[in-house]
Ligand binder design. Sequence first.
Ligand SMILES: CC(=O)N[C@H]1[C@@H](OP(=O)(O)OP(=O)(O)OC[C@H]2O[C@@H](n3ccc(=O)[nH]c3=O)[C@H](O)[C@@H]2O)O[C@H](CO)[C@@H](O)[C@@H]1O
Ligand SMILES: C=C(OP(=O)(O)O)C(=O)O
Length: 429
Amino acid sequence: MDRIRITGGRELNGTIPISGAKNAALPLMIASLLTEDELTLTNVPRLSDVSNLARILGNHGVDVTIAGKRSGDDVLMGQTVRLAARSIVDTTAPYELVSTMRASFWVIAPLVARMGRAKVSLPGGCAIGTRPVDLLLMALERLGAKIEIDAGYAVCEAPNGLKGAEIDFGKVTVGGTHVALMAATLADGTTVIRNAAREPEVTDLAECLIKMGARIKGLGTDTLEVTGVTRLKGTHHAVVADRIEAGTYAMCVAMTGGDVLLEGARPELMQAALDVLTQAGAEISATNAGIRIKRNGAGISPVTVTTAPFPGFPTDLQAQLMGLMTRAQGTSRITETIFENRFMHVQELARLGAHIHLDGQTATIEGVDVLKGAPVMATDLRASVSLVIAALAAQGETLVNRVYHLDRGFENLEAKLAACGAQIERISG
Ligand SMILES: CC(=O)N[C@H]1[C@@H](OP(=O)(O)OP(=O)(O)OC[C@H]2O[C@@H](n3ccc(=O)[nH]c3=O)[C@H](O)[C@@H]2O)O[C@H](CO)[C@@H](O)[C@@H]1O
Ligand SMILES: C=C(OP(=O)(O)O)C(=O)O
């Protein structure tokens, strides 16, 4: 199993290219099930979640080709992925495949919308919380699907097609909004989705669906109106830049000091995170090329932050912010409101010398002057990268185990950081 070795104490200076967003690429790939034509996605990140989903879609009969490895020696470009679901050969998504990644449950929406049936394994909980799918199933039921839970599978039928309806989400759900949006595009009549998630990845999916011929109004708001069409067509779409990856590298720079251009990052999609970084003492400027982040000399100021759905501070940056605050000059408070158990990093950060006290959903972090390298491991993606952030400022060597979590969501993490001066390397095997 690969590990990452980091020797802390180096400033970061240079340019980090920001990849396409994992959380947009996955639903976009799933949307290919809605049409017989070819969907071409560019700027797709090289991540294990992407290759796993390609395998899952292949099982349904989607022809997936992945091209465009790199242009030049050190300039990494996203991949181009072509997906053609000419005929769907299997409407079942088995446990063995769905259990490898939660987002694959979302195939239920295009399968039932196009084929009138789907049998998809329930995804189960994960390290950050129980993560039920009741709201996703409620949305499909509102559209007229009959759903039964049988032997661990959601069996969903709509032999006469889906019908437009009002869907009111009691709680903001990104996955629920993706599912409702995809299913409604092929439903008969108009669907109104209320309390829809406004995350940029939802808007990216909606923009692609519109290019495929879907009729959707209200992009970027909490009310989406979808008028169903009988068929969708193929298109080309570039995956939106990853605001979570950009926010993560911004926190790395805020931690180590230095001056880095986050190339291709979109400041308007991550204002809450940029505001928190500014409070923490980083200097942020938006440029034509992306976001420039600097921290020179002054220490890290403590912050008080509560996670919230977009446009609030994202839960997917909560662990990274905690990593940064371990070295703040004072006491920070971070409250997690989206997932009930997203604190797997607390114990591991403590191994590096962090002082964190957890009380319910709020972590109180007493900043320390010195962190010291240690072997660490985490059980999820963002928790793992919070350890990388702390390790970049720790004295001595940190070995981050279970790198496969990082490979789910960060393309070439060690190459991107090393190019800016970090002492970081992957140890294979
Ligand atoms: C692949 C992807 O895009 N993953 C993101 C997506 O996950 P995901 O789509 O799974 O997260 P949701 O937005 O659905 O979850 C938000 C909250 O709603 C709850 N809930 C959700 C569905 C449901 O049927 N019932 C229910 O109670 C969840 O347990 C959680 O407490 O959005 C999360 C919140 O921004 C991010 O952290 C994940 O990175
Ligand atoms: C929680 C995440 O992903 P997933 O929903 O795929 O588990 C994440 O990207 O931080």
